[in-house]
Design a protein around this ligand. Structure first.
Ligand SMILES: [Zn+2]
Length: 184
């Protein structure tokens, strides 16, 4: 039995954390309150430290996170599935926002989907799409989007560029198909 230095209640030893081989002076619930107050008071400092730590250890943290994900895949997937069931609207919203974002930002993921959807070779594998094809497809999409815009001074020029890019894309597709055939 020990008296807490803060709340001054006499409690069982199990209500105190150990510090080395001694019991701490404050009980577990009091320490919890202390820690929370400290976090509130030093929020900015703690956030800055966490950010600095993340930036300095980015690579190792990424590897750790990936390993953790691999080891706990089933558990994580189960939790995700439960969340989806519990909050279907939230999940739908999240998906919509994600789709909108990758479409607006023309991320590699989005471009790869576009390439796959338009590829003549339906067996094309997302992971085999070369970066050069992704980049040129992105350029093509940007030009097409520009041509639909209202502030185009020289529409003809844009359309001409699109034609050139389209033909390059077709040649690239052909190369890709040949490449894939060799792989099979
Ligand atoms: Zn206490």
């Amino acid at each position: 039995m020990k008296k807490c230095a803060k709340c001054e209640v006499i409690k069982d030893d199990s209500c105190f954390h150990m510090q080395g081989n001694k019991l701490r002076s404050r009980c577990k619930p009091c320490r919890k309150i202390d820690k929370k107050a400290y976090r509130e008071k030093n929020k900015e400092k703690i956030n800055a430290q966490a950010k600095k730590y993340y930036e300095e250890n980015r690579e190792i943290l990424r590897i750790k996170a990936s390993a953790h994900h691999k080891m706990n895949k089933e558990k994580i997937n189960k939790r995700k599935a439960e969340y989806k069931l519990k909050f279907p609207e939230k999940e739908k919203n999240k998906q919509l926002k994600y789709r909108q974002r990758i479409k607006e930002e023309l991320t590699d993921t989005y471009i790869k989907e576009v390439i796959k959807a338009n590829a003549r070779n339906k067996n094309i594998k997302i992971k085999n799409i070369p970066l050069s094809l992704i980049n040129i497809t992105r350029d093509g999409i940007i030009l097409k989007r520009l041509s639909y815009g209202e502030n185009i001074n020289d529409r003809e020029e844009v359309l001409c560029k699109i034609k050139i890019i389209d033909s390059i894309i077709n040649i690239k597709y052909l190369t890709l198909v040949l490449f894939q055939l060799k792989m099979v």
